[in-house]
Structure formats: C-alpha cells, structure tokens
Design a protein around this ligand. Structure first.
Ligand code: DC
Length: 226
C-alpha cells in the first residue's frame, strides 16, 4: 500500500506524513530529503547548473546511499549520516534548482521506486501521485495559503536558530513554488484522482486525522467486492 502525498513547500507534508506513517506502522519516505541530499552531495563536488551535461556522470559516482531503517529513510554520504545540513536555506534553494535536471529526477525515481517496493509506505514530495507512484491507491494534494506556509517555515527556522525575515521567506517560497510548478519534467501538479486537503486553518492533529480517515475509507473501498 502506497499513500502518495504531494504539495507545495510549507504545506505541512513532512510533519503530518511522519506522524501518519508512525500511527499506521508504515515507512515514511521523505523524497524532498532525497533531492536535498543530491543537491548537497553535488555541491560537495562543486557542481553548478552550468555543468548540466556532467550531472549524470557525477550522480553515478556519488557515495550517496538511501536505506530504510526502523520505518524511516536514512541517507548516508561516504557512510556518514546526513541530517540537519540538508535543511539549510542554501540547500533548499539548490534542491529546487537541481530538481529540474532530468538525470537527477531519473536517478532519484529509481531509488524511490526501489524503496517504495518495501511495502506499506507514506511517500511525500512533488510528483509522488503523478509520476513516481501513479497507481497509488491513496493520493492526496496537501496545500495551504502562502502566508500560512511562510509563517510555518519561519517558525521552523527559528527553532533551529536561523532568523529569517518573513517577507524574504514569503518571496522565496513563492519563487520555489513557481519553479516547482513550471519545470518541464515532473512539475508539481494535482493528480486528477487526488483528494485536495487545505491545511491553512487546521491543526496538525486534525490533518493527520483527516488522512487516517481517508486511508481507512480507501482500504474499505478496496476490500469491497467488484
Ligand atoms: O519538500 P522539500 O522542501 O524538502 O523539497 C525540496 C525540493 O526538492 C523542492 O523545492 C523540489 C524538490 N522535490 C522534487 O522536485 N520532487 C519531489 N518529489 C520532492 C522534492
């Protein structure tokens, strides 16, 4: 069973997907972290967008590994676990920029499908329901208005000791939304069969409850004869 959840930055995907996966006993697959890890690793090698033609070759040599451990994705580089460095604002920007590149998407799609084959998975990102797992029985488009998303990101950064001006953050999110929606390959889209959930006015627990109810309904529907 794959639960595919897509949506723009700051819609609350990571938080609610982690909780949902834990409650259901599913694996939580944070594909944004995979794009961030590739961006981080390519930057380690000094890669820039101008070197697009070298991306495939560089990717094949990266000492980057994605494994599942206790229901969560673990990302390592030369055997060292990556974590907080992937949340840095610079990496956020590079992840969005590099995610436009076809070799990057192909490289990660292969990993994502391999990890998805592990069994029951909550997969979260931009193209889970449209490209990577188009047959997922549960598809959700999680969204929220821009002001809410910018405020959530600001609070998230603050917790990490990074102070970011609200209007700068709002502009960055808007820019990233546009880039994610307008890229030619696997852009952020609402799958025609996805349930749209606006989290602007909802608490985290309410979103998780809505998702759990949806999964329960879908599971019941799938069990019905015919
Ligand atoms: O969800 P996030 O903010 O951690 O994602 C970082 C970037 O990675 C995002 O701007 C676009 C890209 N991304 C993508 O293109 N496809 C995905 N499935 C997940 C993330």
């Amino acid at each position: 069973m794959i639960i595919a959840i897509d949506g723009p930055a700051g819609a609350g995907k990571s938080t609610v997907c982690r909780l949902l996966a834990r409650e259901l006993g599913y694996v939580y697959l944070d594909t944004g972290a995979m794009y961030r890890a590739v961006a981080w690793a390519l930057r380690q090698g000094g890669f820039t967008l101008e070197q697009e033609s070298r991306a495939g070759e560089m990717l094949s040599k990266l000492p980057l590994r994605f494994v599942l451990e206790d229901g969560a994705l673990v990302i390592t580089y030369e055997g060292r676990r990556l974590g907080e460095e992937l949340r840095h604002p610079d990496i956020t920007r590079y992840a969005s920029l590099f995610s436009r590149l076809q070799p990057v998407r192909a490289f990660l799609m292969e990993w994502q499908r391999r990890l998805g084959a592990a069994g029951d998975v909550v997969a979260e990102g931009r193209d889970m329901s449209t490209v990577v797992f188009p047959d997922a029985p549960v598809k959700v488009f999680l969204t929220a208005n821009l002001a809410t998303r910018a405020a959530r990101r600001q609070a998230e950064y603050l917790q990490k000791g990074i102070t970011m001006d609200y209007s700068t953050l709002e502009a960055q999110i808007r820019e990233r939304d546009e880039a994610d929606r307008e890229r030619p390959i696997a852009p952020l889209r609402t799958a025609p069969d996805a349930v749209i959930l606006d989290t602007s006015a909802l608490e985290i627990a309410e979103v998780v409850r809505e998702l759990r109810d949806l999964v329960a309904r879908k599971s019941k529907d799938n069990d019905l004869p015919g």
